[in-house]
Design a binder for this molecule. Sequence first.
Ligand SMILES: [Zn+2]
Ligand SMILES: [Zn+2]
Length: 345
Amino acid sequence: MPLIEFKKEGLYVPAADVYIDPWRRVRKALITHGHSDHARWGHQQYICSHHSKPIIKHRLGDINVHGVAYGEELSVNGVKFTFFPAGHIVGSAQIRVEHQGEVWVVSGDYKTEDDGISGTFSPIKCHTFITECTFGLPIYTWVPQQQVFDKINHWWSTNQANGVTSILMGYSLGKAQRLLAGIDASIGPIYTHGAVEQMNAVIKTAGIPLPPTKYLNKEVTEKELAGSLVITPQGATRSTWMKRFGQVSLANASGWMQLRGARRRGGADRGFVLSDHADWQGLNDAITATGAETVYATHGYTNVFKQWLDSRGLDARVVQTKFEGELSEENSVESSQSDKLPSDE
Ligand SMILES: [Zn+2]
Ligand SMILES: [Zn+2]
């Protein structure tokens, strides 16, 4: 019996009778992070990292959730579970599973560059690694984040000098906080859409410092907004919410901005390549460092990535999951459920 089975409910650890990131209702669910394709509603008990706990409660309401520290060992029926930072968003974890000398690691979503708020990813030795591969093609190569933030700061400063409002789109959980943590907040005032402001408040309660922002309520005037930076989820810019602004420059921050073209930019004037997932090199380095002989690929370009790993001499397999990765996190999920416009808008 393998340590982890792939069942219709999700990843199942039979020896402990628990699931990891299940998408159907189960009794006990270990959750890698708060994105809605991983933390779903309806389980009897949730176990996640301490920093994920307030995020998951914010999204799912009154649930039974137990928080564990990174590195703390949790034993269920003799199976040892340990959460380690995944570097993806605040609270994100890789989950190490050990039983009778066999070790599997479920990566969840991860990135290898330290963004200062999401914990530091480091590879964990294992026999079998279940890795995401959202950006598992060689065309996806990220430049160091400071170069991206230099461009964003320059874009904002230039707009400010011209009295233009800079509107920067990013997913409300993860990307929005990373943008805030990396941007030069001394340039000017930063306003946030309600969904971002609420999530920021939750994340601050987890002890993560973020620069001061102002909630963009209806009292804020067009004049005040001129030259400021506004952080908003993608969905909002397709609505009447946009009518309040004077002259704007609209930018999108995502790994998908690596693909050129206006359609990929989601109608934005500018695209900044900034992802909370590992790039091609990051994925390959992480996989090598785990020492795993067997690798399961989920999220994204799984079939191509599996073939690549096979050619490197690994035993690679594809996991058919209901996960859809960052594309869904940033688009369909974003606009459909997690970022409804506040009622006063
Ligand atoms: Zn995620
Ligand atoms: Zn995901």
